[in-house]
Design a protein around this ligand. Structure first.
Ligand code: DAU
Length: 357
């Protein structure tokens, strides 16, 4: 089989993670202190795919380019392709056609996380040589995903976010294609949401009698497009970390699997893992509970934080109640104001959510 190329989709709008994604790409929101996107690049690198294009949007492209660079740190070559508007996943494929040419490729949605990587799937694709290979997994809310119907182990029908799903088998955001997908993407019309759906392009392959091989995902899979999924992805990745204490611990206790990155300083703190504390963070008189990822240069003082993600440069100071299941953006300040009048004072961006005791 010809060499596989990689295509990672990091365009789109990220409306469901606002306000975080007002100012930054959703594919760069960190899971266990690493941008979601990096897990996809790494999965491709591990599967031996070293020529990868990343689809970017005009608004967030520069930021993605700055974060992932030329790919050398992953051992791959990264090319960036701007998609002028988020016209759908199949439109993204067509935008990348000059890069992909006649080569088979793996397409990976930049906000997806797949346990166990893609090495086995790439091997199955090479061995069985189907026209396309799709990944499926049972979910409790199939109406939010592409949904597949199988008969005798073959794909017979696919639907994008059907209100009444025929099965609970969701399309996972990792696909393997031969170049026949380009003509299929050209043949379909935009969906009700105005996008050229990859789901419809794959249905087109099925309708033409081409072979679309389904694979049921064995490990976990997360589409990190929503807050709960993001926290869950953070939990699943933190569950796999090994203890590494590089920062400075002063009168502090660390239990379970905890990573403390270089330059972080913890004074009179208790950290109960799995948790990660980013480089340069300052933690004083606080408790950090399981499934928490504290970003670089964050401050936590006289507060308790659990099952949360704090992006870089944020601070949480002097809270009476424990903060949990929260996602703080960059440079967010949450603190107690002691001067009169004693009142709640907020400066909060559009589409934010705050729960108070
Ligand atoms: O996560 C799996 C689901 O992903 C599948 O089950 C669905 O069948 C598939 O359509 C897709 O659904 P979403 O609605 O979740 O896709 P989303 O708009 O979030 O886009 C997925 C990724 O692709 C995301 O990283 C943004 C990027 N993207 C999206 C569009 C619409 C692009 O690069 N260009 C685009 O035009």
């Amino acid at each position: 089989m010809d060499r596989l190329k990689g295509l990672i989709l990091s365009g789109g709008r990220g409306t469901r993670l606002r306000p975080i994604t007002h100012t930054s790409a959703k594919q760069l929101v960190p899971v266990a202190n690493r941008p979601v996107l990096f897990y996809g690049i790494q999965a491709m690198a591990e599967a031996g795919i070293d020529e990868i294009a990343i689809i970017i949007a005009p608004e967030t492209g520069a930021e993605i380019r700055a974060a992932a660079g030329d790919g050398s740190r992953f051992g791959v070559r990264l090319t960036y392709i701007t998609q002028d508007q988020p016209a759908g996943l199949a439109h993204a494929v067509l935008t990348a056609e000059p890069f992909l040419g006649a080569d088979p490729f793996v397409m990976y949605l930049g906000d997806n996380l797949l346990q166990g990587g893609i090495t086995d799937l790439v091997a199955a694709f090479a061995a069985n040589r189907p026209d396309a290979l799709i990944l499926l997994t049972p979910v409790s809310d199939p109406q939010h995903y592409g949904v597949a119907e199988l008969r005798d182990g073959s794909v017979v029908a696919l639907a994008e976010k059907p209100p009444q799903p025929a099965t609970d088998l969701a399309l996972v955001g990792v696909y393997m294609f031969t170049p026949v997908i380009h003509d299929a993407a050209r043949a379909i019309a935009p969906s009700a949401r105005g996008e050229l759906e990859i789901t419809d392009a794959i249905q087109h392959l099925v309708d033409r009698g081409l072979r679309v091989e389904p694979h049921i995902v064995q490990g976990w899979w997360k589409d990190t497009g929503r807050l709960d999924d993001m926290l869950e992805a953070n939990r699943l990745i933190l569950d796999t970390i090994a203890t590494k204490l590089d920062g400075e611990l002063v009168g502090s206790d660390v239990h379970g699997r905890v990573v403390i990155e270089p330059g972080a300083r913890l004074e009179r703190c208790t950290v109960r893992g799995p948790a990660i504390i980013g480089a340069g963070a300052r933690l004083t008189d606080c408790y950090v509970g399981p499934y928490t990822a504290v970003g670089e240069r964050c401050t936590i003082e006289r507060a308790e934080v659990e099952h949360s993600i704090l992006l870089a440069d944020s601070s949480v100071v002097g809270l009476e109640g424990r903060m949990e299941s929260s996602l703080l953006g960059r440079n967010v300040r949450i603190g107690r104001t002691d001067h009169q009048p004693r009142a709640y004072r907020f400066m909060v961006g559009d589409n934010s959510e705050i729960g108070i005791l």
